[in-house]
Design a binder for this molecule. Sequence first.
Ligand code: FER
Length: 277
Amino acid sequence: MKQPCFLVALCLILFLPSLAQENSLQTPATFDQEQSDIPKGRIDTLSYYSNTVDTIRKTLVYTPPGYSDQNQYPVLYLLHGIGGDEKEWYNGGRPDIILDNLIAEKKALPMIVVMPNGRAMKNDRAGGNIFDREKVEAFATFEKDLLNDLIPFVEKNYSVNNNRLYRAIAGLSMGGGQSLNFGLGNPDVFAWVGAFSSAPNTKAPEELAPEPEMLASKLSLLWFSCGTEDNLIRVSERTHLYLNEHQVPHVYVAEPGHHDFIFWKKSLYHFAGLIFK
Ligand code: FER
């Protein structure tokens, strides 16, 4: 009887700490709490004409504290999920508070955060059956809207550094899938890619990264996170395993969490602290 107990104890001692270390992010308790005594950025709602959809579309834009035309800012395009729209991140995640806090502590560079509507179709509201084929397809169509309509609009209307090294894309769930599909598909446009709880719209690994060596040489950061309680974790896992196999450097965070804003806010906090550096 002694030996099995000893083995179990040994396994616990050896494996538990390493699992915990590998998987856990250190997130300060106040990362998403509004502070009264720090400079604040602002959130605006803008309209742009989309040639892709042939209609006027809305986007939210966060500009950092002290935004000035004298500087050229990096831009993070931050994408929502299947049940959301351009306001989902703002309502659920208050990225303005997270960014204000990071910037005040000099843990992130001042950046613009663009939160568009990733369902590129005339009626882009999240009503009815959000899993309708045409609605899901509109998340793929958004690639054209983003590249040909939205990015040019942002770069014309804000003081932006338009070098790829100053452009990031990240998102939650469907937006995570979009970030991987569009980011890895357009390495000349985005150097920083973040996918939080990527949905099944994520392309299969071989299609997503057919030229792993090229991606490895171009990407500044490829970052995945998914909660271990999230039913979609297999999507992140299969991509992570393929990238490992093909030696594409990336960060993979699989830690306790669900398919919710508690997890996505933490992911944003950590991703935003790494980009443009
Ligand atoms: C699916 C399961 C989840 C799917 C999309 C989602 C398109 C998206 C979830 C989200 O955005 O939160 O099968 O197929």
